[in-house]
Design a protein around this ligand. Structure first.
Ligand SMILES: [Cu+2]
Length: 156
């Protein structure tokens, strides 16, 4: 009986943690100017903006984002539908070698749902970017309020 239990336990762990998740090398990407925009007071959702650069020699496909700073993170695009700007989830985003994808207000962004209420301006937030094939890359973003430096945002 104990042997059977041990076998089942091993099987269980194996099923829960596919081997490739631990062995995939970090994706060759570099994120700069990564910012977690804090939600407008009274709301809970917000977005991440950054510049994501493929510094490797192989094409990459971003398929997901994880962060402990929000209940859920999702890739979004901003497109015009019948003359209205609408956000919509995107399944994946290709990044050619040498390409820089800008995530910005009004364009591609990482949508955050139920942002942690205690997150404050200046806090560092880890974002784990997930790529097709299992490679990941954890990048640091800074939490910012849209009311920070309001006078200077257009002078750079
Ligand atoms: Cu969005």
């Amino acid at each position: 009986m104990p042997i059977t239990v041990r076998f089942l336990a091993v099987l269980f762990v194996f099923v829960l943690s596919p081997a490739h998740a631990d062995q995939a090398p970090p994706a060759s990407v570099k994120a700069t100017e990564a910012v977690v925009q804090l939600p407008i007071p009274g709301t809970h959702n917000s977005a991440v903006f950054m510049r994501l650069h493929n510094v490797g020699k192989t094409p990459l496909t971003l398929v997901g984002v994880n962060t402990t700073a929000a209940a859920k993170a999702q890739l979004h695009s901003h497109t015009s539908v019948d003359g209205m700007m609408r956000m919509r989830p995107v399944e994946s985003l290709a990044l050619a070698p040498g390409q820089t994808q800008v995530f910005e207000s009004g364009g591609y962004h990482i949508m955050l749902f139920d942002v942690q209420a205690e997150l404050a301006s200046g806090d560092s937030v880890d974002l784990t970017l997930e790529f097709a094939g299992g490679a990941t890359k954890t990048v640091q973003a800074v939490a910012k309020s849209r009311y920070d430096n309001a006078d200077h945002s257009h002078h750079h």
